[in-house]
Design a protein. Structure first.
Length: 122
């Protein structure tokens, strides 16, 4: 009597190749996630370097690369926007810029000369 060992070998090969493909797809998804996180972290670090110096708001806008919202003098900033308690946000004297990155939100106060005056971070 002859057993059909060829079919068992083909099934094992197909099973191994399927497992390899699933593993490769999982690794590709993991690499894509890690690259995305690294880009976001790098953007956040760049933001902190900009704010650490005496930069004009124009320089900040050039280097951040994300959309912003401008608040005019006397305009009310919603507390829920930043997650900061009531009374901690000072009144806007000249203007303020709100930047939202995936990790943080920054409210940047600008003085009358156009330089960064104060920064709130969530």
């Amino acid at each position: 009597m002859k057993t059909d060992g060829g079919n068992v070998g083909k099934f094992t090969l197909i099973l191994k190749l399927s497992m390899l493909m699933v593993s490769l797809v999982a690794n590709a998804v993991l690499v894509a996630y890690l690259v995305r996180e690294q880009i976001m972290v790098r953007r956040s670090f760049r933001m902190m370097r900009i704010l650490a110096g005496e930069y004009s708001i124009e320089k900040v806008k050039e280097n951040i690369g994300v959309p912003h919202r401008v608040f005019a003098p006397g305009e009310e900033v919603k507390v829920l926007t930043l997650g900061i308690m009531n009374g901690q946000i000072p009144k806007i004297k000249e203007s303020a810029y709100l930047y939202s990155t995936p990790e943080k939100r920054y409210l940047i106060y600008v003085d009358k000369d156009g330089f960064v005056d104060n920064v709130f971070c969530r």
